[in-house]
Design a protein around this ligand. Structure first.
Ligand code: ARG
Length: 451
């Protein structure tokens, strides 16, 4: 990291704009001012810079903030441009601001400072989505719907059970983002170029002034590691993957008339006047691709970088900004779309038993009445091919067991097992779709949200 004079000598050529991150650095303009202030205050407190010089620097930083990023002088990056602007206002003493630090620890501090705020915003959207899902679950405790595996009718379930499945996944997404946040929130400031400094700095003090929980101890680690970015982008990508599945489900449900999206979250066609399309959720689904691209881009940029600082790191950061923006927006839109959608109970109930989805329940009933489950499975499979009703079951019983089904099970119980609502009510195992089992899932979901 070089001084003003040598900067002019080395960075003014044809590669100037290629080298510069000034435009992209608008994102960390406020962060850099905060880092400059904390560092200046610490330098004054430690007696490294005189109080009156520190005070002039702080005044200049306030004026620079008012003028905004757009008024900065040209520079290789925001750090250089702000320093130049300080020197323009204060005179050569303004250059004392950069005592005992480097742009390497400075930029790392700025990224962490700004990313904290962005990750908190992302976490907020996961909470809003979980709230929407919990609300859907509360309303849909008894709303029977078809459940699928391989996208084929599998077993009846409820809207609440479906919603809580995603709530659980999003809850873990929140946890992963919080874990990433904890490791973002550590101060690299004072690491200098990578090798520390001769000045008697107080790293705990700048960490404290900037609201960081702790210090990244090793100065080489502090100035050059970016695993906190990778961890964050990975957590965001995982959340985007959860969102893409949720979006896909709702798109399919809308296609089948199970759910109607509100107009606010739908689009129409420029040619087909009748169309109501789930475009918002299609874009939510697509953002998982952007996020996976962010992970890939960042990983590839970081892979094989030697310690300590390399300029490659400048291009690592943009992957994080792009990913956090895209995923936060997608999460917010998904929360709104879920919160405002209307579930069509009639269509859901009519479809819940389609494809003999109660077959497993009938097999369970026979097994509960003494038949080996494998024999019950075979019997019900034969009935499934021959009409999937009581008559078909009786015929299958004659074929497989050589006697009436009534020898094993009460016909009323069979009728119940064939009813989708009864089928759901009977599956009250822990985590199952029966309304009481769902209540046991709702409570911790609400509690986790409140926490
Ligand atoms: N703008 C750079 C970045 O984003 C920080 C500058 C460090 N430059 C340097 N030549 N050491 O990483």
């Amino acid at each position: 990291d070089e001084g003003v004079v040598r900067r002019d000598r080395f960075s003014g050529g044809p590669a100037r704009s290629f080298l510069s991150s000034l435009a992209a650095d608008e994102r960390i303009f406020q962060a850099d001012l905060a880092v400059d202030r904390a560092h200046t205050v610490m330098l004054a407190e430690q007696g490294i810079v005189d109080d009156d010089v520190a005070s002039e620097i702080l005044t200049a930083l306030d004026a620079i903030e008012v003028d905004g990023h757009g008024s900065l002088p040209d520079g290789e990056d925001v750090h250089e441009a702000i320093e130049t602007a300080v020197i323009e206002r204060v005179g050569p003493d303004g250059g004392k601001m950069h005592t005992a630090r480097s742009r390497n620890d400075e930029v790392a501090a700025c990224i962490r400072y700004r990313l904290r705020e962005d990750v908190l915003a992302a976490i907020e959207t996961t909470l809003a989505l979980r709230e929407s899902l919990v609300d859907v679950a509360e309303d849909g405790r008894e709303t029977i719907m078809p459940g699928y595996t391989h996208l084929q009718p599998a077993q009846p379930t409820t809207v609440a059970h479906w919603a809580l499945a995603y709530e659980g996944a999003v809850r873990r997404d929140t946890e992963r983002l919080l874990e990433a946040y904890a490791r973002i929130n550590q101060s690299p400031l004072g690491g200098a170029a990578f090798a520390g400094t001769t000045f008697d700095i107080d790293r705990e003090r700048t960490a404290d002034l900037l609201g960081f929980d702790s210090v990244v101890e090793n100065s080489m680690d502090a100035s050059s590691s970016r695993d906190f970015l990778l961890e964050t982008v990975q957590a965001l990508s995982t959340h985007a993957t959860t969102l893409s599945g949720l979006a896909e489900d709702v798109i399919i449900f809308a296609n089948r008339g199970f759910v109607e999206l509100s107009d606010d979250y739908s689009s129409t066609s420029s040619i087909m006047p009748q169309k109501k399309n789930p475009d918002t959720l299609e874009l939510v689904r697509a953002v998982a691709g952007d996020a996976a691209g962010g992970v890939q881009g960042l990983t590839t940029t970081l892979k094989g970088l030697p310690r300590a600082y390399n300029r490659d790191l400048q291009r690592a950061t943009t992957h994080a900004w792009e990913t956090v923006d895209a995923v936060t927006e997608a999460s917010e839109v998904a929360a709104g779309a879920v919160a405002t959608a209307d579930w069509n109970e009639g269509t859901l109930a009519a479809e819940a038993g389609a494809g003999f989805s109660t077959a497993t329940g009938v097999a369970d009933l026979l097994a509960a009445n003494g038949l080996p489950f494998r024999t019950a499975h075979e019997l019900v499979a034969i009935a499934a091919e021959n009409g999937a009703d009581e008559d078909a079951l009786e015929a299958a019983s004659q074929e497989v067991l050589g006697e009436s089904l009534e020898a094993y099970v009460d016909p009323d119980a069979v009728a119940d097992a064939l009813d989708p609502a009864e089928s759901v009510a009977s599956r009250d195992s822990q985590g199952g779709p029966a309304p009481e089992a769902v209540d046991d899932q709702l409570e911790p979901a609400r509690e986790a949200l409140a926490a």
